[in-house]
Design a protein around this ligand. Structure first.
Ligand code: 3HC
Ligand code: NAI
Length: 703
């Protein structure tokens, strides 16, 4: 069946792209469009041509899978479509609904005219895949929209809605009623006009200030650190100003070709498909419908509970938040209010919207007020005894079929579920990240007995909260925090061996992490680990390797940023970490205590010792089935732990290093250092020996 339909509506030919689900430009689509244009131009009855998408949208751009696959020999491409449009004596009109993204927008811009429904989006999201637009987008968009808006759209990759596209001149008319009817009327009108029709390439570009390019580079310097694609986008738009149209298109194509084969683009395409795969849970039917969650409850209005309550409201679900005292409740509600007010102050929400959100949060000190909630998230203190007590109380008041979840960071949720046997299948984990209203990740912890329906419902709620829910099994720290122990552990161990905190953090920041590990520890609070160590031992916080400096800092009241001192010193009102000689001395004491010879570290050793434990532990988690796929682990690290998306996540990155190299180093560090996080994973060993990557493993498992 042809991927592009051809119909005659009086004097207008309508070409309909039918390539579900999103009308990507897969092989066959460009060919179908070119044939349709030729046919229409050969038919004297036809005066104009409409290009429209069947199904959900116009065209979502190039078929991303083909950036890693050979394009069929001799098959038409964007180049041929665009040439056919521009050579067409009859006007070609793009009729846009849903989305015109990437090559979809480039196709539309190469048409003579564009009409659009008010709900549609247009955008050039290529930068999010690690390359600039490659079918003339960087040359045509500035001609239609003006330089500054075009530069912004291309560099951020964010789409804009139809009314804005119309205001910028990217589209010619917004169609309020039926799109095809509106497009046909528009086309008939254009078809009767004499003379040539306007081609986007012939529009001049006005550049009042060439300084915009340098200013844009400066603006994105920190956010895009280490990346090539956003800067490549700027270069391409700059070419639109510097060169004539054809030379600009050639320059864009050269830069696109260079970027598309880069590690950065491979990593970002991996992330694109990883996010889509994460929604799928093997063994659960795709059509299993989530339950309706009309009302929600949150227990605990502390750091996490408040943000979680906001998430429910943002998903349109009214929520009751319960605290153990009026004072704690007032404090929690005050923080929620402050958070919304900050969003209003930034202009991202109106006062009315804020009032509406606040009205959907019911504060209470009565657990019984959770009696009408369909889903309740517990976010009280992190001790098993408190959690069990709270679940026993919830058991008394919650609806019989309410979904009960724990936000625990480490505790065994199977054990918590066992305390409410009458609620078999209804208890699981939702591990949000701090700040819970901001961070995109939520680990959905699949207990042994949770029903498929309740798991699917919890994933759905996560998505409705605009989060990225990732399924994880029950194990200490789930996916993210379990791996983090190796990462933080090695950073602290290296400090005892002579590595300066600032050196470690600079290397990891340079690699692309949002912050270095020791700065993160200072931000989270060193007292958290300290009190965990005290709870686990005889109350004296065992001076294990890696804990010595942190224990001493806590004994001195240096808990990190909150006390202005930790691994670093923070001046009043500043978050900038400054090195401290006292910490160097503590590290020297640690070396003496453990009988270590302090030494200098290379950047490479710091990198390996921070990152290879993540890969090694990640491989164990995967082999145990506590992660469904390696790509889920990558998403956890990117969305919850400040790992650079353009590196594709630790498991993908390890593949680019070579698993054989990683495995050999893990073995060597295990031999010299001996810590548990270096114990070589059997899966890592197998993949290294078989010359495979974690992506190969995911494919093997997906069958
Ligand atoms: N190529 C191949 N597959 C694509 C695709 C594309 N461009 N866009 C989406 N898909 C696939 C997804 O992988 C998914 O497959 P699955 O069901 O097997 O998991 C399916 O289509 C549905 O996708 P979503 O789940 O994302 O559907 P949504 O309705 O949530 O979103 C969308 C639709 C907004 C179009 C979103 O899919 C999207 O943003 N797609 C990518 C758009 C893009 O980046 N376009 C630029 C491509 S590069 C380009 O055009 C180069 C050019 O300059 C030369
Ligand atoms: P918090 O100490 O800020 O808040 C806990 C709140 O629970 C307090 O306000 C307390 O008064 C309330 N509470 C205690 N017992 C209660 C009861 N019986 N009934 C009603 N309220 C009760 O703690 P935080 O940081 O919000 O952590 C909550 C949970 O989230 C813990 O399990 C923690 O491990 C987890 N978590 C914390 C993260 C963080 O960064 N703070 C990140 C991810 C998970």
């Amino acid at each position: 069946m042809s991927l592009v339909g051809y119909d005659k509506h009086g004097s207008v030919a309508v070409l309909t792209v039918n390539n579900p689900p999103v009308n990507a430009m897969s092989p066959g689509v460009p060919k179908g469009i070119c044939e349709g244009i030729a046919r229409a131009n050969g038919d004297d009855e036809i005066k104009a041509i409409v290009l429209i998408g069947g199904g959900r949208g116009f065209i979502a751009g190039a078929d991303i899978r083909y950036f890693s696959l050979p394009w069929p020999e001799g098959e038409e491409t964007f180049k041929h479509i665009i040439a056919a449009f521009e050579a067409s004596p009859k006007p070609v009109i793009a009729a846009i609904h849903g989305h015109a993204l990437g090559g979809g927008l480039e196709t539309a811009m190469a048409c003579h005219y564009r009409v659009i429904v008010p709900t549609a989006n247009v955008g050039q999201p290529e930068v999010k895949l690690g390359f600039p637009p490659g079918a003339g987008g960087t040359q045509r968009l500035p001609r239609l929209a003006g330089l500054v808006p075009a530069l912004d759209m291309i560099v951020t990759g964010n789409p804009i809605k139809a009314p804005k596209a119309a205001a910028l001149g990217i589209v010619d008319q917004v169609i309020e009623g039926d799109l095809l009817d509106g497009a046909l009327a528009f086309a008939k009108d254009k078809g009767t006009q004499d003379g040539g029709h306007r081609r986007t390439r012939d529009i001049g570009i006005v550049c009042e200030d060439k300084g915009i390019f340098e200013a844009k580079r400066k603006e994105i310097a920190r956010r895009a650190r280490g990346m090539r694609a956003p800067f490549a986008c700027i270069e391409c738009v700059e070419a639109a100003v510097e060169l004539d149209f054809d030379a600009g298109v050639k320059r864009e194509r050269d830069i696109f070709t260079e970027c598309v084969t880069s590690d950065e683009s491979k990593a970002m395409r991996h992330v694109f498909f990883a996010e889509r795969a994460a929604n799928k849970i093997p063994g659960i039917a795709k059509d299993l419908k989530p339950r309706t969650i009309a009302k929600a409850g949150v227990l605990g209005a502390g750091t996490m509970g408040g943000g979680i309550a906001m998430n429910f409201v943002n998903a349109g679900i009214p929520v009751t938040i319960v605290e153990q005292s009026q004072e704690a409740l007032d404090r929690g509600m005050g923080i929620i209010e402050k958070n919304y007010a900050a969003t209003v102050a930034k202009g991202r929400m109106s006062q009315e919207q804020m009032d509406g959100c606040m009205a959907h949060i019911t504060p209470s000190v009565e657990m019984a007020d959770l009696g009408d909630a369909d889903m309740i998230i517990e976010a009280v203190f992190e001790t098993m005894a408190v959690k069990k007590e709270v679940f026993a109380k919830l058991d008394q008041v919650a609806k019989p079929d309410a979904i009960l979840t724990s936000n625990t960071s480490y505790l065994n949720i199977n054990e918590i579920a066992e305390t409410v046997p009458g609620r078999d299948g209804h208890v699981l984990g939702t591990h949000f990240f701090s700040p819970a209203n901001v961070m995109r990740l939520v680990e959905v912890v699949r207990t042994d007995n949770v029903s498929d329906e309740n798991l699917v419902t919890t994933m759905d709620i996560g998505r409705r909260m605009r989060k990225l829910p990732i399924v994880t099994g029950v194990c200490h720290g789930f996916i993210g925090n379990r791996m983090l122990e190796g990462y933080f552990g090695e950073a602290s161990i290296m400090v005892e061996e002579g590595a300066r905190p600032l050196h470690i953090d600079t290397v990891m920041f340079g690699y692309g992490m949002a912050m270095g590990p020791l700065a993160v520890m200072d931000l989270a609070g060193l007292d958290i680990g300290w009190s965990k160590r005290k709870d686990a031992g005889d109350g004296t916080a065992a001076d294990d390797r890696g804990a010595y400096v942190s224990n001493r800092l806590c004994e001195m009241g240096r808990f990190g940023q909150k006390s202005k001192r930790g691994y670093y010193i923070y001046e009043e009102g500043s978050r900038k970490p400054a090195p401290d000689a006292e910490v160097d001395q503590l590290a020297a004491d640690a070396a003496k205590h453990f009988g270590l010879e302090r030494r200098d570290f290379t950047d490479q050793e710091i990198l390996e010792r921070c990152l290879y434990p993540l890969v090694n532990i990640g491989a164990d988690i995967l082999a145990e089935g506590h992660a469904l796929r390696a790509s889920d682990i990558d998403l956890v690290y990117i969305n919850g732990y400040g790992y650079p998306g353009w590196r594709g996540g630790p498991m993908h990155w390890a593949g680019s290093v070579g698993l054989k190299t990683v495995y050999e180093k893990v073995c060597a560090y295990h031999e010299s250092l001996g810590f548990d996080h270096w114990k070589p994973s059997a899966l890592l060993k197998r993949l290294a020996e078989e010359n495979m990557t974690f992506e190969d493993y995911d494919k093997e498992n997906a069958g």
